[in-house]
Write a protein that binds this ligand. Structure first.
Ligand SMILES: [Zn+2]
Length: 297
């Protein structure tokens, strides 16, 4: 199973709050192949995603879309609301009415609903690469107007995506692992957010080890090892929102390390704006690692 399929399968199996259901189906439909009175359909390579689309529509409207399988080499699944009366019902039951070229944000009753909407959108038109190979997450949006609106909605929650032309639409994408983590968290894929975080830490550790291997001096590799440990602890505390609440002298040491990931203790002391000794700084890092290990337990 590809990484993308794994993420989508996690998303498909999440429970939905009642308030989020309309936003989820709306995202799924709006970012599908077509969403208009003429056609409401999704085309996908994944049977599970096609079924998820049908389930969302059935739960929201008691309407059963039909799935047809096509494609000889690579199977494709088309899920479609075949009756015009049903399409009318779907379009009429919502405030967005007949204008399907804009995003109706009145559907986001609470904050969680926007996450559900993005989840639907990602299932319909999103893709994510295996983080082992490349950090990349994208939404392939058929219509430019909708893509721009989605981009603006993301900006509103502090997520910035780049865009590039894609036929009549736009591809919104990011290659930034931190933005990918934010997006996965927003959609509720917490399991895979952790996978990305782990991969990132492992990659940086591997890089550091390789860098250390290229040096003859065992001292340098010791410095690198110590720095990795410190940085892992600091990063963890930051993500757990515990960094800012550390005693000021520990926070200072953490910030110093963050700003100078590869520096030796001696160099860090020199870079510090307040006077510091190597053993004093070492002691502070030991304390930070101790707190990190305590919290991890
Ligand atoms: Zn909600």
């Amino acid at each position: 199973m590809s990484f993308c399929s794994e993420v989508k399968s996690e998303l498909l199996n999440l429970r939905l709050s009642g308030c989020c259901l309309s936003a989820y189906s709306y995202g799924f439909m709006l970012f599908g192949r077509s969403f208009s009175i003429k056609r409401i359909a999704l085309q996908t390579a994944s049977e599970d995603v096609a079924k998820g689309y049908c389930n969302a529509i059935f739960t929201s409207y008691r309407i059963k879309p039909q799935i047809t399988k096509g494609g000889s080499k690579r199977p494709t699944f088309v899920a479609e609301v075949t009756s015009e009366a049903d399409r009318l019902k779907i379009l009429a039951e919502n405030d967005f009415g007949m204008n399907t070229e804009l995003i109706d944000d009145t559907i986001f009753v609470r904050e969680c609903c926007f996450g559900a909407f993005v989840r639907g959108a990602f299932l319909a038109c999103g893709n994510i690469n295996d983080p082992e190979k490349e950090y990349r997450l994208e939404f392939n949006v058929k219509l430019e107007t909708i893509a721009l609106e989605l981009q603006a909605l993301f900006l509103g929650v502090g997520i910035s995506l780049k865009s590039t032309k894609l036929g009549k639409g736009l591809k919104l994408y990011t290659k930034d692992s931190a933005v990918i983590e934010d997006l996965l968290t927003l959609m509720g894929a917490s399991k895979h957010t952790l996978t990305i975080m782990d991969t990132k830490i492992m990659k940086s550790v591997k890089n550091n080890i390789n860098r250390a291997r290229n040096c003859d001096s065992a001292n340098i590799s010791k410095t690198v090892e110590a720095s990795i440990k410190q940085r892992t602890a600091i990063e963890f505390l930051e993500r757990a929102d515990r960094l800012e609440s550390l005693p000021i002298e520990l926070l200072e040491a953490a910030n110093l390390r963050k700003a100078n990931p590869d520096a030796t203790l001696k160099e860090l002391c020199r870079l510090s704006t307040t006077p510091l000794t190597v053993s004093g700084l070492n002691h502070r890092f030991a304390k930070i690692i101790e707190i990190y290990e305590e919290i991890k337990k």
